[in-house]
Design a protein around this ligand. Structure first.
Ligand SMILES: Cc1cc2nc3c(=O)[nH]c(=O)nc-3n(C[C@H](O)[C@H](O)[C@H](O)COP(=O)(O)OP(=O)(O)OC[C@H]3O[C@@H](n4cnc5c(N)ncnc54)[C@H](O)[C@@H]3O)c2cc1C
Length: 480
């Protein structure tokens, strides 16, 4: 019997464990696994609560539909019928500009304008930026000399206002990070490719939109996908499929030592032998665990930075629901001087998550620019958010309830040179046979990317032990 240790019970580690379980049960592979999770519950940042008839997401609330791995996994788990789409009929996002909410104009794809009239008429940009957009159409093809920040690329095409009003807030919402720090090649690789091929991002985006429209069949898909009972439903579904005796919660892995035919894993004062190990923990934790086996790998892993964030959900009654603007919510540029990064009107984005007489407002705070917020008490965070909601939405009412969730060091920041660092990590990892890495520190921070990374790590581990069959739900084929 071969044994694999999966370290970390977030969605990455759970996906890896599920893939091994599939191989074990469905194909009778002679393998077992132990899932080590330092906290008392598995799921990592996927946590769903219910308060006053409302469904509250403490961490991710959904995932991008265009990345198939999380939805494919749900189908494989038998909960495909529980997948729901965002309410895109009401999709509208605002940017806070000089204290006022300005809707993102139609045709703006991420930060690339593809429709002239709505952009020209929009008060989101000054005349200077609009002139930049017109000139951008004639931008010559350009290949940057090495990696650069997202801000550098966006500024070259559209000027600094576009960085402040769109690039930065959009990246804050996804990575809790800043355009002036994040790597364009790791975070927006398509932008670098489009620039090299077309020059103009606008022309490139239009070309790809035409291609996609030709390929698209049937009704348009929603931008975001989630689960009827919340993201926790993914975790619960995986849990029902795992062998319960293989789960070790409240057990932190502290060290890893090479053994003649595998690894010795140290956890909770015990050492156990395994043929393979999958580290599905944040890279900082992985660095600590591998330090004695490979100080060089530990150093590389430790250089990947993480940011912390806070989500706060406030519940209100009917009168607030009627008074709030339509749409999914708003993003806050740094220049507005607020602590809030983004705010979602949950009752519009996923209507069934709040009864018809409730409004659900979710605020996102922290990120790379405001790590100190983690030191504030829940009460202080509610006070800050309510003050800013009063200023931006005129929202005076007392909330019926408030829930604060703090996520320390949960969001990986792919800095300039991230892809080169991953190559070095991969080279060092390959010198440690039987060790695989998964999680949000490497090739994608979103839930679908994490699922993919866990599935791939499991497949690679099984293959290295001569046990693998192709895994149905592992779409992409990249080394983990
Ligand atoms: C507030 C927030 C909102 C987000 N919103 C979205 C969104 O809407 N859509 C989206 O796609 N993505 C979103 N993300 C990103 C996405 O949710 C995460 O990147 C992803 O869930 C990370 O999964 P993971 O398993 O790699 O890591 P984690 O969930 O961090 O899990 C790692 C696990 O490892 C455990 N661990 C750590 N050290 C050890 C050790 N030594 N021994 C044993 N166990 C250990 C931890 O306790 C944890 O349970 C969001 C993230 C946050 C924080």
């Amino acid at each position: 019997m071969r044994r694999i240790a999966v370290v970390g019970g977030g969605i990455s580690g759970l996906s890896a464990a599920f893939a091994i379980e599939q191989e074990r049960i469905a194909r009778s592979a002679p393998v077992e696994y132990v899932l080590f999770e330092s906290s008392p519950r598995v799921g990592g940042v996927l946590v769903t609560d219910r308060v006053d008839g409302c469904l509250i997401e403490a961490g991710p609330d959904s995932f991008l539909t265009e990345k198939p791995w999380a939805a494919d996994l749900c189908r494989e788990l038998g909960v495909g019928d529980q997948l729901i789409g965002s309410n895109d009929a009401d999709r509208k996002t605002y940017i806070l500009v000089n204290g006022r909410l300005v809707v993102i104009p139609d045709g703006l794809m991420f930060m690339v304008p593809t429709k002239i009239l709505p952009t020209v008429l929009s008060p989101l940009f000054t005349v200077g930026t609009k002139l930049h957009m017109a000139r951008e159409w004639f931008h010559p093809p350009h290949t940057a000399n090495g990696d650069e920040t997202v801000a550098a690329l966006v500024e070259r095409h559209y000027g600094s206002e576009m960085v402040d009003r769109l690039a930065d807030p959009l990246l804050s919402g996804v990575y809790g990070g800043e355009a002036s720090q994040l790597s364009v090649r790791a975070v927006l690789p398509r932008f670098a490719e489009m620039e090299a091929q077309y020059g103009s991002l606008g022309r490139a985006m239009l070309a790809s939109r035409r291609k996609m429209a030709q390929m698209a069949k049937g009704a348009p898909r929603p931008l975001f996908t989630s689960l009827r009972d919340g993201m926790q439903q993914m975790v619960d579904s995986i849990l029902t499929r795992l062998t319960q005796s293989f789960l070790r919660t409240s057990t932190s892995v502290t060290d890893l030592k090479p053994a003649p035919d595998g690894w010795i894993v140290a956890a909770a004062g015990r050492s156990e032998a395994f043929d393979g190990v999958i580290l599905a923990v944040p890279t900082q934790a992985a660095a600590t665990i591998v330090r004695s086996a490979s100080p060089d790998l530990a150093t590389e892993l430790a250089t990947i930075q993480y940011s912390s964030s806070v989500t706060l959900t406030l519940g209100y009654g009917q009168s607030v629901r009627s008074a709030l603007p339509p749409g999914f919510g708003f993003l806050v540029p740094r220049s507005e001087g607020k602590r809030m990064l983004a705010c979602t009107f949950v009752h519009n984005k996923f209507p069934h998550r709040a009864p018809p007489d409730r409004a659900l407002v979710r605020c996102f705070l922290g990120g790379a620019r405001d790590q100190e917020i983690l030191e504030s008490s829940d009460e202080e965070i509610v006070v800050v958010a309510r003050k800013e909601l009063r200023e931006t939405l005129g929202l005076q009412a007392d909330p019926l309830f408030a829930r604060v969730y703090k996520w320390k060091g949960a969001m990986a920041q792919y800095g300039v040179g991230h892809l080169e660092r991953l190559e070095r990590i991969e080279r060092l990892r390959s010198q440690l046979p039987g060790l695989y890495l998964a999680g949000n520190g490497y090739r994608g921070i979103g839930v679908p990317d994490c699922v993919r990374s866990g599935l791939e790590a499991a497949r690679n581990s099984l293959e290295s032990l001569g046990l693998a069959q192709p895994l149905a739900s592992s779409g992409a084929r990249q080394p983990s």
